[in-house]
Design a protein around this ligand. Structure first.
Ligand SMILES: Cc1cc2nc3c(=O)[nH]c(=O)nc-3n(C[C@H](O)[C@H](O)[C@H](O)COP(=O)(O)OP(=O)(O)OC[C@H]3O[C@@H](n4cnc5c(N)ncnc54)[C@H](O)[C@@H]3O)c2cc1C
Length: 241
């Protein structure tokens, strides 16, 4: 059973047409590792009896365990993201966590690719800012694929959050979610990275449909990856996959 924790909203900022940045202060240290997420309980109960609880990844580094940020995209007709967008400073929120296996294991090393699609950039930024990841930064390539420069987090905001010693970073456009060219496009970018050789580990986060195919490509290329190297925010893989 998940233990309910509390955090106070200490600030909110609109950083894009449909993106809210939340500054939170938890009553106790959360104990997360960069890359993990919490589950926010909106306390809304649907007529079916199901509670509206949604996952949001820690955007900020794990050196600070009480003060942290989330960035949330408003999804049309989505109850969870609408709840978040209605939050104001001074409100207390209830959450559980940390959750998830999408973080770097102690002692891992080598040339690292972090590839995020869409809102997956939150977990990628949290991952990059993990204390344990710092030694690997100079050998790291971060790629963010999103549909347009207006999507979710403004490019300037995102660039300002990349640690100065991160080896390399690319932000590129990708066809819309569900577009038939989206997956081929993402695969072509991964092929290009793989063609340079020397990739020791890779982490992929965002659109589950893209994740699944890129995971298969990485395995075929001989990169040591498992399902723990992947986090899907939507288009979730089938349980049996
Ligand atoms: C591990 C994890 C971490 C996440 N971290 C974040 C985060 O840091 N920031 C954030 O904004 N969201 C994040 N999400 C997505 C979030 O949990 C919700 O799914 C999202 O806020 C929509 O919830 P909703 O109730 O508003 O809409 P719902 O009614 O639950 O969703 C409507 C539909 O939109 C889909 N959807 C969710 N996100 C997207 C998207 N980006 N693009 C297109 N469709 C989408 C859902 O899968 C669903 O099919 C994360 C999800 C997971 C599983």
């Amino acid at each position: 059973m998940a233990v309910a924790k509390t955090a106070r909203v200490v600030g909110t900022e609109r950083v894009g047409p449909d993106t809210l940045l939340l500054d939170l202060c938890a009553t106790e240290p959360v104990g997360f590792v960069g890359g993990q997420y919490l589950i926010l309980d909106s306390r809304i109960i649907l007529p079916s009896g199901k509670a509206v609880k949604r996952a949001y990844s820690f955007l900020t580094g794990d050196a600070e365990q009480r003060r942290f940020q989330l960035a949330v995209k408003r999804i049309p007709d989505g109850l969870g993201s609408a709840f978040v967008h209605g939050l104001a400073a001074g409100t207390d929120i209830s959450f559980s966590g940390p959750w998830g296996k999408f973080f770097m294991r102690e002692g891992a090393s080598g040339r690292t690719l972090i590839l995020a699609t869409d809102t997956g950039i939150t977990a990628a930024l949290g991952f990059l800012h993990a204390t344990r990841f710092r030694p690997l930064l100079p050998q790291t390539l971060l790629i963010w694929l999103r549909v347009s420069s207006e999507y979710f987090l403004p490019e300037g905001f995102m660039r300002a959050r990349i640690p100065a010693d991160c080896g390399d970073m690319r932000i590129e456009a990708i066809p819309a979610i569900g577009h038939p060219e989206r997956i081929p496009h993402a695969r072509a970018i991964l092929r290009q990275v793989l063609s340079c050789g020397g990739l020791d580990q890779a982490f992929i986060v965002g659109d589950g449909d893209v994740n699944q195919v890129l995971l298969d490509d990485l395995i075929a290329a001989g990169v040591a990856v498992s399902k723990d190297n992947v986090e899907s925010f939507f288009n979730m893989p089938k349980k049996s996959a």
